[in-house]
Design a protein around this ligand. Structure first.
Ligand SMILES: Nc1ncnc2c1ncn2[C@@H]1O[C@H](COP(=O)(O)OP(=O)(O)OP(=O)(O)O)[C@@H](O)[C@H]1O
Ligand SMILES: [Mg+2]
Length: 356
């Protein structure tokens, strides 16, 4: 199936844990890479690194002290005020929500940071200048711990201690130096604590989204464990926009998730379903099959097929058709795609033979 010949180029893989979702995604990625398509992967479990390595791509390990950095305060055409508005969402993800008072301190600190670099709302020319970094904003808040009223000092101390782990030595504390030039780039965020992932993914997604709009080459953005994004309102809005506009810049977004509930019940999930031209349903849990039956008009046979499907089996929906599918890997693909922790190199060969 040529993904780029469909009404839009987005796809969704949905199924229970161990059903073969990531495995199927990896096969699609590898075969697309061989066809010259570029791929950027957001990899929460660190399981796509083998593919990036095998195809001479780049792996960006997002963790404290990593070399690659993205500066979320960079401007690309917008004013500092617009960027500050966007940054409120980022800070809200870091802090698990923002009170009015915290939002105000952060806004002032961001304004002071832009001003210190001579980047001013009133002077469009200055938007081209070097922008401040989040580390600089953190330093400003650190200074404010020692001035103003007792209440302000306390608020700044609290913000500083909560923001420090997200910013100090992190991939978003300094100037941008990542480049996405390789055919395949894998952002591995497996080494980050779970509570830091939403903010990190927000920054990565926005950066990738912006970069991907600059050319018309065929490319894919693969987001595994997408449920972790769909659960956050901040991310939902972004995914919504991404899937709706991707086709215009020749982008295929592939979302992989095991949480049917998030798709069936959230506005972003519904937008994903409406804007993905193909969907692969792998094995489903009995708890969600009712909702799936309604959404996908599954027959009794289809329901029982999905309840008992083996890893690698599924139902493909595309172009008003539904096709039962078995995903078959060749030996080399199997070795790169399997995540079975018990398989050594020799057993990978055996696993592949069993899978056949
Ligand atoms: N098409 C296939 N052929 C052979 N083996 C497969 C196939 N699909 C899956 N498997 C086996 O099942 C394992 C689990 O598959 P996979 O990692 O894709 O699960 P998943 O649906 O992504 O689960 P999770 O939601 O927990 O990430 C694979 O590591 C592989 O060993
Ligand atoms: Mg998986």
């Amino acid at each position: 199936m040529d993904l780029f010949s469909l009404s839009n180029y987005n796809g969704l893989i949905l199924g229970t844990s161990g059903g073969g979702k990531s495995f199927a995604a990896k096969l699609i990625i590898m075969r697309s890479l061989l066809a010259g398509i570029r791929a950027i992967i957001i990899d929460p479990q660190g399981e796509y690194c083998g593919i990036a390595k095998a195809f001479g791509g780049q792996i960006i390990y997002i963790k404290r002290g990593c070399r690659e950095t993205i500066n979320p305060l960079e401007l690309s055409g917008e004013s500092p005020a617009e960027r500050i508005l966007w940054a409120q969402t980022l800070f809200s993800l870091m802090l698990g929500g923002l009170t009015g008072g915290q939002g105000e301190i952060i806004t002032r600190a961001l304004e002071a940071a832009y001003e210190s670099k001579g980047v001013l709302n009133s002077d469009q020319q200055s938007w081209q200048l070097e922008t401040p970094t989040l580390s600089a904003v953190l330093e400003i808040i650190a200074k404010w711990r020692k001035r103003g009223s007792n209440e302000e000092r306390q608020a700044c101390s609290f913000l500083y201690s909560r923001l420090w782990p997200h910013i100090h030595g992190s991939f978003m504390g300094n100037k941008t130096n990542v480049n996405l030039d390789k055919q395949v780039v894998c952002f591995s965020i497996a080494q980050m604590p779970d509570w830091m992932k939403p903010a990190a993914m927000f920054v990565i997604m926005e950066h990738v989204h912006k970069r991907m709009q600059t050319d018309k080459e065929r490319k894919m953005l693969i987001i595994d464990e997408a449920w972790s994004l769909l659960r956050h309102e901040e991310h939902s809005a972004h995914i919504f926009e991404l899937v709706k506009t991707a086709r215009k810049f020749n982008l295929s977004v592939m979302l992989i998730t095991q949480e049917a509930e998030d798709l069936l019940c959230t506005p972003a999930g519904k937008a994903v379903i409406a804007n993905t031209a193909w969907k692969l349903l792998c094995r489903q849990d009995s708890a969600v099959i009712g909702g799936m039956r309604e959404k996908f008009a599954l027959s009794v046979q289809e329901q029982s097929f999905l309840l008992t499907a083996a890893p690698g089996e599924g139902l493909l929906f595309a172009m008003n058709e539904r096709i039962p599918l078995k995903i078959i890997a060749c030996e080399q693909e199997y070795a790169l795609a399997t995540t079975n922790p018990n398989e050594t190199a020799g057993e990978k060969k055996q696993g592949w033979q069993n899978a056949k």
